[in-house]
Write a protein that binds this ligand. Structure first.
Ligand code: GTP
Ligand code: MG
Length: 197
């Protein structure tokens, strides 16, 4: 799969530090500590590509990972809703992420990473609504599924898909685990299609 070629390019603290807004980009969004960076690493089959941590708030910049050439990129976003960072920093990131989502022409789709034990929180719904309003597809990774039994996982997936079908028909969902490496090929398929790989 092409994601093995992913590499780190740059960390941006502001929109104008990102690469030129050309080509195709897919962003990994989700609440703080949901497992975004871990999911990106698992998809790329590279344990140390994006920095992960037990401590919420690890990812603090827009991290850019080209896949092959720089025209195809994955973006690891900071988590939304982490309470312990200073207010000024939280506002800064809210502004940067909101502006990124609104203005980025090369953003072709959103991977919404949710802890499968706590799916569809307010932030997740905001992100899905944004995707719908901007005409961008969303794909939900119900991650840490290794923490659920098979039947709990199946029940959670069915419930999330039902809600999406009713409220956000441009969004799909799957079970995923970075640790157990489940759902990788399905996720690669979706992201690869969006990037045109
Ligand atoms: P921020 O950048 O801080 O918003 O976090 P993040 O969403 O990037 O989460 P990250 O990937 O850093 O993972 C957060 C914690 O969840 C770490 O302790 C990971 O080891 C753990 N984690 C991530 N994915 C999984 C998974 O599939 N299963 C389990 N059991 N733990 C996971
Ligand atoms: Mg992270």
């Amino acid at each position: 799969h092409p994601f093995r070629q992913a590499r780190f390019l740059t960390s941006a603290n502001r929109i104008d530090q990102l690469p030129a807004d050309r080509g195709a980009e897919v962003a990994f969004a989700g609440r703080s500590n949901a497992g975004k960076s871990s999911a990106l690493n698992a998809i790329c089959d590279q344990q140390t590509l994006a920095r992960t941590s037990k401590t919420p708030g690890r990812t603090q910049l827009l991290n850019v990972f080209p896949v092959g050439d720089e025209a195809h990129r994955l973006i690891d976003l900071p988590g939304y809703g982490y309470a312990k960072v200073p207010e000024a920093m939280r506002l800064h990131w809210r502004g940067v992420i909101d502006r990124y989502l609104r203005e980025r022409e090369s953003l072709k789709g959103l991977v919404l990473v949710m802890d499968s034990r706590h799916p569809l929180k307010d932030f997740d719904r905001d992100m899905l609504a944004f995707g719908a309003a901007s005409g961008r597809p969303c794909h939900c990774l119900l991650t840490k599924s290794d923490k659920l039994s098979r039947s709990e996982g199946a029940r959670t997936l069915a419930a999330v898909r039902k809600t999406l079908a009713q409220e956000f028909p441009n969004a799909g969902a799957q079970l995923f685990s970075s640790h157990a490496k489940t759902g990788l090929d399905e996720a690669r398929g979706v992201v690869g299609r969006w990037l045109g790989l």
